[in-house]
Design a protein around this ligand. Structure first.
Ligand code: HEM
Length: 532
C-alpha cells in the first residue's frame, strides 16, 4: 500500500469518527434540549395553566397509572383550573405536549367538520386498544375515514335501527327472565350480577347486527365472551403491561399477561376470519343465507352488506379485502358491545342508589301500550332525561387523544403540529363552570328543564359529548340509545333494586373506556314485593 493510500484511509477513518462524535453530541444536545429546556422555556404554549408534577421521562404516565380511573388526573386538573379553555400537561415521551380540552368551544374547535381531519389518533392510543378493536373505522383517517363513514353510514340511520326493536325487546325479555330467576331462586336470594349479564346481552345484539348470527350468549358462555373478558378485565400485571405499552410496544414480551391477551386477540380474529370466509362463499353462491333468529330484523347485517358492496365492488378502487372486512368487524364487535354494556351497568348501578328516580321512570313507563313502537319509546321525556344524565355522570368512552398534523387554532390559540389534544368527556360533564354547583350530583331533572343541553350554562351543545361530536361522533348512537332504553324500560316496569356497592364503582385503569373492575351486584325484588 502506498503512503498516499494509507493517508487517505486514515483521513476517511478520522472523518467517520469525528462525524459520529459530532452526530452523537448533536443528538445528546437535542435530547437535553427536549428534556430540560423546550417544555419549560421555549414552547409557545408555556403560559397555559397546567400541572407540573410530571416525571421527566414518563410525563404524566405515572400519575395516570396511579390514578383511580382513566379520567383522572384530567378531572383533577379541570377542578383546579375550571375556567381555562385548555390545560397543558407533559405527555409521555420527550417534551411531548398535551392539551386537555376544558371547555365546550375548544372541544367544538377540535371535533367539528372543518377541523377534525387536522388530527389523527395518537400512537399510544392505537397500542392501547388497536389489538382489541382492530384497525377499522375508529383508526381510519382523512379521506379514507370519510369514504368508510359514507360506505357504512346507511346501516346506522335511525330508520334502519328502528327495525331492530323486536330483537332488542327479545333480549331485554331474556334479561328480565334472568332477574326473575334470581328473585325466585332460593340460592340467588334476589342477588344479580349485572356486568356479565349486560356484556352477554350487548354482545348478542351486536353479533346479530354485525354478523347476522345470534350466538345465544345468554344460554351458554361463548368464546367471544371469554376472549373479550381476557382482553378487558386485565390482571394487575396486565394493567402494568398495558401502561408500559403506552410508552414502548411490549406486546411481544413472552410473559403470562401478554400471552393471555394475545391468545384472546388471536382467537377472536380466528373466529371472525371463519365467519367472514363462510359469508364470502355464501354471498357468492347465494345459496346459504346467514342464520337469523326468528325475531331478526329484515335489514341486512353489516358483514353481508360489506361483502356485497365492498368486497365484491365492481370498481377495484372501492374494494375492501377480506382482511379489511375482519378489521371492521373487530371494530364494531368491540365498540358496539362494550360501551353499551358499560352504559347499562353504570346506569343500573346508579339507579340502584336512587329508588325515587326508578319510581318516576316506572310511572312514565306504565303509560306505554303493551308493545310500544319505536316512537312511543322515543317520546318519553323522563327516560331520555335519565339516560342523558347517566351518560353525563359516568361516560363510557374515557377519551381518544388526537395529534395535530399541522399547526392548528384551538380556543383562539395557535397550537403547534405534534401537540396532543385530549378530549375527555368527563372533564366537560363535571365542570361547575358549565353545569353549575350540582355538576357532580346525579340529577336527571336538569334535562326536563332543558332537554337539549340539560341547563349547561353556556348553552353550547358540546357541553354534553357522551357520543362525541362532528364527523367522528359515534356511528352507533341510535342503536346504543334504543338498546339502553328498551332494557331500562323493561326493568323499571317489573323490578325495584338496590345497589350493593354504595357510591361510584371502582374501574379498570389504564383503559380507553370506563369499565367497572370486578363484579357489580344488585339486590333485586319484583315491584311491590318485600325485600328478602
Ligand atoms: C352507550 C354506548 C356508546 C357510547 C357512549 C359511545 C361513545 C362513542 C364516542 C364518544 C365516540 C367518539 C370517539 C371519538 O372521540 O373519536 C364513538 C365512536 C364510535 N362508536 Fe360509539 N358509543 C356507544 C355505542 C356504540 C355502538 C353500539 C357502536 C356500534 C354499533 C359504536 C361504534 C362506534 C364507532 C365505530 C366509532 C368510531 C367512529 C368514527 O371514528 O368515525 N358505538 N362512540
Amino acid at each position: 500500500m502506498t503512503a498516499i493510500t494509507l493517508l487517505s484511509t486514515e483521513i476517511l477513518w478520522r472523518s467517520a469518527l469525528y462525524g459520529s462524535i459530532a452526530f452523537a453530541i448533536i443528538g445528546f444536545a437535542r435530547l437535553m434540549y427536549l428534556l430540560f429546556i423546550y417544555y419549560d422555556y421555549v414552547s409557545p404554549l408555556r403560559d397555559l395553566p397546567g400541572p407540573k408534577d410530571h416525571h421527566i421521562f414518563l410525563g404524566q404516565l405515572l400519575n395516570q397509572f396511579r390514578a383511580g380511573d382513566p379520567e383522572q388526573p384530567y378531572t383533577d386538573w379541570m377542578q383546579k383550573w375550571p375556567d381555562a379553555p385548555l390545560i397543558r400537561y407533559r405527555e409521555t415521551g420527550f417534551a411531548a405536549e398535551g392539551l386537555l380540552i376544558n371547555n365546550a368551544a375548544a372541544y367544538r374547535d377540535v371535533m367539528q367538520s372543518q377541523s377534525c381531519y387536522a388530527y389523527e389518533r395518537s400512537a399510544p392510543f392505537r397500542r392501547l386498544i388497536g389489538d382489541i378493536i382492530g384497525v377499522g373505522l375508529v383508526f381510519a383517517e382523512g379521506t379514507e375515514h370519510r369514504a368508510q363513514r359514507k360506505a357504512l353510514g346507511g346501516l346506522f340511520t335511525v330508520s334502519n335501527i328502528k327495525a331492530y326493536l323486536p330483537i332488542l325487546q327479545d333480549k331485554a325479555d331474556r334479561l328480565v327472565a334472568e332477574w326473575d330467576r334470581a328473585v325466585t331462586d332460593e340460592k340467588d336470594d334476589g342477588n344479580v350480577e349485572i356486568k356479565q349479564l349486560y356484556a352477554k346481552i350487548t354482545l348478542n345484539v351486536i353479533s346479530i347486527f354485525a354478523l347476522g348470527i345470534d350466538f345465544g350468549n345468554l344460554d351458554s358462555r361463548t368464546a367471544f365472551q371469554s376472549c373479550y373478558e381476557a382482553m378487558f378485565d386485565l390482571s394487575t400485571s396486565g394493567m402494568l403491561l398495558a401502561a408500559i405499552n403506552l410508552v414502548v410496544p411490549i406486546r411481544w414480551l413472552p410473559v403470562q399477561a401478554n400471552r393471555v391477551f394475545m391468545d384472546a386477540s388471536t382467537e377472536l380474529r380466528g373466529i371472525l376470519t371463519g365467519v367472514t370466509e363462510a359469508r364470502i362463499l355464501s354471498v357468492a353462491s347465494d345459496n346459504e343465507k346467514p342464520i337469523l333468529p326468528p325475531t331478526a330484523s329484515p335489514t341486512k347485517d353489516l358483514l353481508t352488506y360489506m361483502v356485497e358492496t365492498k368486497y365484491r365492488a365492481t370498481n377495484p378502487a372501492d374494494r375492501w379485502s377480506k382482511e379489511e372486512l375482519i378489521e371492521q368487524l373487530l371494530n364494531f364487535m368491540a365498540t358496539g358491545h362494550e360501551t353499551t354494556a358499560g352504559a347499562l351497568t353504570f346506569a343500573t348501578h346508579e339507579l340502584g342508589l336512587h329508588p325515587e328516580v326508578v319510581a318516576k321512570m316506572r310511572k312514565e313507563a306504565l303509560t306505554l301500550p303493551e308493545s310500544p313502537s319505536f316512537s312511543d319509546i322515543d317520546r318519553l321525556p323522563y327516560l331520555d332525561a335519565v339516560i342523558r344524565e347517566c351518560l353525563r355522570y359516568q361516560t363510557p368512552v374515557a377519551g381518544i387523544p388526537r395529534v395535530a398534523q399541522h399547526d392548528v387554532f384551538v380556543a383562539g390559540r395557535r397550537v403547534p403540529k405534534g401537540t396532543t389534544l385530549m378530549p375527555v368527556p368527563a372533564v366537560l360533564h363535571r365542570n361547575k363552570t358549565l353545569w353549575g354547583d350540582d355538576a357532580t350530583t346525579f340529577n336527571p331533572d336538569r334535562w326536563l328543564k332543558d332537554p337539549l343541553i340539560g341547563g349547561a350554562t353556556d348553552g353550547d351543545s358540546c357541553a354534553w359529548v357522551a357520543f362525541g361530536h362532528g364527523p367522528r361522533a359515534c356511528i352507533g348512537r341510535a342503536l346504543a340509545s334504543l338498546n339502553v332504553k328498551v332494557v331500562l324500560l323493561s326493568l323499571v316496569k317489573q323490578f325495584e333494586w338496590e345497589s350493593v356497592h354504595k357510591g361510584k364503582l371502582p374501574v379498570v385503569n389504564p383503559s380507553g373506556q370506563l369499565r367497572p373492575s370486578g363484579e357489580v351486584w344488585l339486590k333485586v325484588k319484583r315491584v311491590g314485593e318485600e325485600t328478602k
